[in-house]
Design a protein around this ligand. Structure first.
Ligand SMILES: C[S@@+](CC[C@H](N)C(=O)[O-])C[C@H]1O[C@@H](n2cnc3c(N)ncnc32)[C@H](O)[C@@H]1O
Length: 462
């Protein structure tokens, strides 16, 4: 078949690639097409052509896949969030297990590692305890909105459209968060519109309103609202905070993160408390955690409990071990393991998360956990701890290669590696392979309707 850049071509999608895109293979040549599913017959415009692969943009469906189902969310075909929502959940899980297996084999060059079938998420909607909605001065219009002259394009509060960095869909609901979140989202939108104060533009770098971050506690049904703005403005924000708390008694914390940085990141240079508490309380198992706005916390609470139960099984602690937990966030894993270890050391780069971790340990009456703040590659060599078991739970980018060497030098007998990215999991297990044998991997689905997958791997010193 003749594949040419900027030309339209008819393709049949035969697979889902890692990263979530549909894959066609005309004459064996891979073409990746976003928003397509296996079985779709589609008309595609080729946007990139390389020697070994091409990428295309979906123009239209010639014949939709028999696998396709109605999406409960009306934004699903456009929003960057749930790109697999049209795929039955069981089929999503099959692809996720396979993507973990394929990554280990093809990226990590690891053969014979047992990959168990993925553990499903208990809920497939309303499961996400944290959402970050963007404010934009450039609203992306849905097809049915295009011909409506009453819709203004200079404001949107919602989620990004893939392929655009500055344009957002003005969402009135997102089904993966608990429903109260949709009420809060719409109340904040009304307030912003009535304020007459402009949204921040990622091109102009002018305007005030930047992000709305909502975090909820599954155990207590309470909410934190974090309003991210370019400047502080108590006169505008305190009445909003009071109005929100009056309208939604579930809101226990309203904070304002202030940042004039140009990057589109919802972390403030500083934080102001507008109403209620500075923290949101959550329970995992028998432990209580106080989480501040900028600290990492697993976004699927019941999934997190399953994940940590697995970490604990794989760690197989007897009570005599010293455990080092790299990338420890708010201290959830050290606290979870504290009862079955002699000592647990956590290392984490975000200062507020380490403060949360120390407070959380005290809150739960735990005195055998120590937390250190800093970049792992700088802090780990200075830690004075003989490490029996190491837990590693890095961000999507995986481990820095210096850290891989430091881990090998510390020589723990066992490593439990928790990963939210099968590609970097496979790369890192590949780098550790000379010293550590990967025995088994258990994927856990924390992110239904996306290609993302969490995994826990057990490694043993050779
Ligand atoms: C995937 S989260 C895991 C957190 C924790 N284990 C949990 O389950 O909640 C990764 C954490 O690594 C931290 N982090 C990222 N890069 C780091 C680095 N170079 N050094 C130390 N911590 C880092 C992030 O701030 C984040 O809290």
């Amino acid at each position: 078949m003749n594949i040419q850049k900027r030309k339209a071509v008819e393709l049949e999608i035969i697979d889902l690639a890692f990263g979530g895109k549909g894959l066609a293979k005309p004459d064996g040549y891979p073409v990746f097409v976003d928003r397509t599913l296996p079985g779709d017959k589609v008309l595609v415009k080729i946007t990139k052509k390389k020697k070994s692969f091409a990428e295309g943009k979906l123009i239209s469906f010639i014949e939709p896949s028999p696998l396709r189902q109605e999406t409960p969310c009306r934004y699903a075909a456009y929003c960057g969030g749930c790109r697999w929502q049209a795929l039955p959940y069981e089929t999503q899980l099959e692809y996720k297990t396979r993507h973990v297996q394929d990554s280990l084999e093809h990226i990590g060059l690891l053969k014979g590692v047992t990959v168990h079938p993925v553990i499903p998420s208990q809920k497939t909607f309303g499961f996400r305890n944290k959402m970050e909605f963007s404010c934009s001065d450039s609203r992306w219009l849905l097809p049915e909105e295009l011909s409506n002259p009453d819709i203004k394009k200079d404001f949107g509060l919602g989620l990004h459209v893939p392929g655009t960095f500055d344009r957002v869909i003005d969402l009135d609901q997102c089904l993966i968060q608990p429903d109260i979140g949709n009420g809060i989202l719409n109340e904040v939108r009304n307030y912003i519109k009535e304020s007459g104060v402009p949204a921040y533009g990622l091109r102009s770098h002018e305007g005030f309103w930047r992000f709305l971050m909502l975090r909820s506690s599954t155990a207590f049904n309470t909410w934190m609202v974090n309003i991210v703005t370019k400047e502080a403005n108590d006169d505008l924000l305190i009445p909003l905070a009071e109005h929100l708390q009056k309208t939604f008694p579930e809101i226990v914390s309203v904070v304002n993160n202030v940042t004039a940085k140009k990057a589109g990141i919802a972390t403030g240079d500083y934080e102001k408390l507008l109403a209620g508490e500075r923290y949101l309380k959550e329970r995992l198992g028998r432990f209580t955690f106080e989480i501040s706005a900028n600290s990492f916390f697993q976004t699927n609470t019941t999934g997190a409990e399953q994940l940590y139960t697995l970490v604990s099984q794989y760690a197989g602690l007897t009570g005599n071990e010293t455990v080092v937990d790299l990338y420890s966030g708010t201290g959830t894993i050290p606290i979870w393991l504290s009862g079955s270890a002699k000592r647990v050391v956590g290392i984490e780069i975000v200062e507020s998360a380490v403060k949360d971790a120390k407070r959380n340990a005290a809150l739960n009456g735990i005195d055998n956990c120590d937390f250190f703040v800093g970049d792992i590659k700088d802090v780990l060599p200075k830690i004075d701890a003989a490490c029996d078991v190491m837990i590693i739970d890095p961000p999507r980018a995986g481990m820095h290669k210096d850290v891989v060497e430091q881990v090998i030098a510390l020589a723990p007998k066992k490593i439990v590696y928790v990963s939210c990215n099968p590609a970097t999991l496979a790369r890192d297990l590949g780098m550790l392979n000379g010293s550590y044998k990967a025995l088994e991997v258990q994927p856990v689905d924390m992110f239904p309707h996306t290609f993302h997958i969490e995994s826990v791997a057990l490694l043993e010193a050779r």
